[in-house]
Design a protein around this ligand. Structure first.
Ligand SMILES: N[C@@H](CCC(=O)N[C@@H](CS)C(=O)NCC(=O)O)C(=O)O
Length: 201
């Protein structure tokens, strides 16, 4: 059985949990407490030298890290990843956007506030990160104003990748009320078959 090294509050972990569930693939979850350095032990660093979850153990001793790479691997030959090369490239475009322009701001602010409890101490850094986070949300809003989903007008791993931290952006103090197209898209993603919440075990 596939084994997922994970941390429940993590949006990056949630992307993988959500796709595995929607694909109907059973998996074993190993919870690691990242706040206690459990991804930085010599044992875990042998699984992912980068010391981070999620890590998918595909077969004993064969490990894949990076949430969006895991999404790509699992969705091959399924309707979550288009077969057309232009659409596949667009899926990658949005997944790279998520990792470079979205997650480092939206996920980090949420983590600092909800997991580290540093809202006051990190006030200035948070306000800088929020600005970049809002810029990413504005890009998404523009796209979603004329599109139902990110690629090909249907639900793909691009939506899963972007949903993970967007739907909890409010926990990092982002006000999504000013983004009606994003709000509509969040509802469409939640309405997909076998959707689970981020806290679902
Ligand atoms: N780019 C990576 C980011 C993974 C990541 O940042 N993981 C965090 C939890 S969301 C982690 O394991 N942090 C523990 C640490 O850095 O020690 C991905 O998409 O999987």
């Amino acid at each position: 059985m596939l084994r997922l090294y994970d941390f429940l509050p993590s949006g990056n972990g949630y992307k993988v949990r959500l796709l595995l569930t929607q694909l109907g693939i059973p998996f074993e979850r190993v919870e690691l407490n990242i706040l206690q350095g459990e991804t930085r032990t010599p044992e875990f660093l042998r699984k992912n030298p980068n010391g981070r979850i999620p890590v998918l153990e595909i077969e004993p001793g064969k490990f894949l890290s990076e949430s969006n790479a895991i999404l790509f691997y699992l969705s091959e030959n399924t309707h979550f990843l288009p077969s057309d090369s232009w659409e596949r490239a667009q899926v990658l475009q949005w997944l790279f956007f998520e990792q470079y322009s979205h997650e480092p701001y939206i996920a980090t602010v949420r983590f600092w506030i909800t997991e580290l409890g540093k809202a006051d101490e990190y006030r200035e850094a948070i306000s800088q990160k929020r600005e970049s986070g809002y810029a990413a949300l504005t890009v998404m809003e523009k796209h979603l104003t004329n599109h139902q989903f990110f690629v090909g007008e249907r639900y793909t791993i691009a939506d899963i990748g972007l949903f993970a931290y967007t739907h909890v952006a409010d926990e990092g103090g982002f006000d999504l009320r000013q983004f009606p197209a994003i709000q509509g898209w969040l509802e469409r993603v939640k309405a997909q078959p076998h959707h689970i919440s981020i806290t679902h075990l």
